[in-house]
Design a binder for this molecule. Structure first.
Ligand code: NAD
Ligand code: MG
Length: 385
């Protein structure tokens, strides 16, 4: 029986992962760890459904609530960031990393150290600590499979031909403000930013899609995952979200990955890899689609992608970008800064923390992350004024 764990089981990717696991009717899984944060009722429900060995809430004050919610079962309850890392370190064959933000870093690293197959949705692990994380993956012999739809698409397009790759084309829906003017973008609200036209996702990544910070993180993610230079990474706006990304080869061939905008495709691919198995997702009807549109991204209205280019350098610029971005996103959600201020705040933080030494440990990463958050928080006051 395959042993699996789901870190961030209560989120959007987590819920889709549970669905995919349950859809694999001809295989029985042993669930080791499921984790969540504030939604204890949902966490306990998932733990019961999957008969997990341990359920962990990242919130240390919620242990009693979780114990109560698991009463009558023999599922272990645990709480707090250390418990999260301990549970992520338990031997498993396949681990879904789907916590949101830098909070996913330590548990994902812990899971990678066991040598498990890591299905990686938490892009922040690569953005903030790509060099360190990949070194640990290499050392433990873990298998890394990208779940972010674009990267999963790229992975599938390259197959065995990685050496012949010329360029990676990351597609982007362009989000709800694709055709907004700069003036209109200045005034957008959180509710407008969360309403993604094609994908149903967590709140943070939905806003990131609207600002294209998501694409910015994904450019850095692609740079770490695949052996390419920053110049080989292109972004292409594709409003229908049917082509999930493309790889161009040295003979001019371009391979594209198409599918419905449904994360279960990438999750299922990573669960069944290297095999393919039936997934209960919608099938594309090309006659109904009738057209696919593509356009170059506008760096003036979506400056986050320019910041990604500055961050694709050896060192800790990615970590600074990630920490400052999380602060900026919190401040936008809290109504403290405007939509366009997010990129200005991140750019300015990166400028101020330029040239920090290379990180060689997780502690170094946390140190840089803390500095970025501190500078970012100072700047929030200025943009708010
Ligand atoms: P979400 O907000 O729906 O869920 C986040 C999960 O993380 C929940 O289980 C939550 O309990 C947990 N969590 C939140 N704060 C935490 C903390 N401080 N400590 C520990 N756990 C915490 O997010 P999501 O949309 O499922 O995204 C998860 C990750 O996958 C993100 O890194 C996102 O960028 C990436 N991703 C998501 C999608 C998508 O379709 N939703 C697509 C591609 C990549
Ligand atoms: Mg994506």
């Amino acid at each position: 029986m395959r042993r699996i764990s789901i870190l961030g089981a209560t989120g959007s990717i987590g819920a889709n992962t549970v669905k995919v696991v349950e859809a694999m009717e001809d295989e029985a899984f042993q669930t080791v760890t499921v984790t969540g944060h504030s939604n204890i009722v949902e966490l306990a429900a998932i733990a019961r459904r999957l008969r997990a060995e341990v359920a962990v809430t990242a919130d240390p004050t919620r242990l009693e609530d979780l114990r109560e919610a698991l009463e009558g079962t023999d599922i272990e309850a645990a709480a707090g960031p250390e418990a999260l890392v301990e549970a992520a370190s338990r031997p498993a064959d396949w681990v879904m990393s789907s916590i949101v933000g830098a909070a996913g870093l330590a548990p994902t690293l812990a899971a990678a150290r066991t040598g498990a197959t890591i299905a990686l949705a938490n892009k922040e692990t690569l953005v903030a600590a790509g060099h360190l994380f990949l070194a640990e993956v290499e050392k433990s012999g873990a298998t890394l499979l990208p779940v972010d739809s674009e990267h999963n698409a790229l992975f599938q397009c390259m197959a065995a031909e990685r050496g012949q790759m010329e360029r990676l084309i990351l597609t982007a829906s362009g989000g709800p403000f694709r055709n907004h003017s700069l003036d209109q973008m200045r005034a957008v609200t959180v509710a407008e930013a969360v309403a993604h036209p094609n994908w149903s996702m967590g709140q943070r990544i939905s806003i990131d899609s609207a600002s294209m910070f998501n694409k910015s993180l994904e450019m850095i993610e692609a740079w770490h995952l695949f052996d390419v230079t920053p110049q080989q990474i292109e972004v292409l706006v594709h409003p229908q979200s049917i082509v999930h990304s493309m790889v161009g080869f040295c003979d001019g061939t371009v391979m594209a990955h198409l599918g419905p905008p449904d994360m279960r495709v990438a999750i299922g691919h990573s669960l069944n890899y290297p095999d393919r198995r039936h997934l209960p997702v919608e099938r594309l009807d090309f006659a109904k689609l009738s057209r696919l549109d593509f356009q170059a991204p506008d760096l003036e209205r979506f400056p986050a992608m320019g910041l990604a280019r500055e961050a694709m350098v050896p060192g800790v610029a990615g970590c600074v970008l990630n920490g400052a971005h999380e602060v900026a996103l919190d401040a936008f959600i809290a109504g403290q800064i405007g939509f366009l201020d997010m990129a200005h705040l991140v750019g300015e933080t990166m400028g101020r923390l330029d040239g920090l030494p290379v990180a060689t440990s997780l502690d170094d990463i946390y140190e840089v992350d803390a500095q970025a958050r501190q500078v970012g928080a100072e700047l929030v006051g200025r943009f708010a004024a």
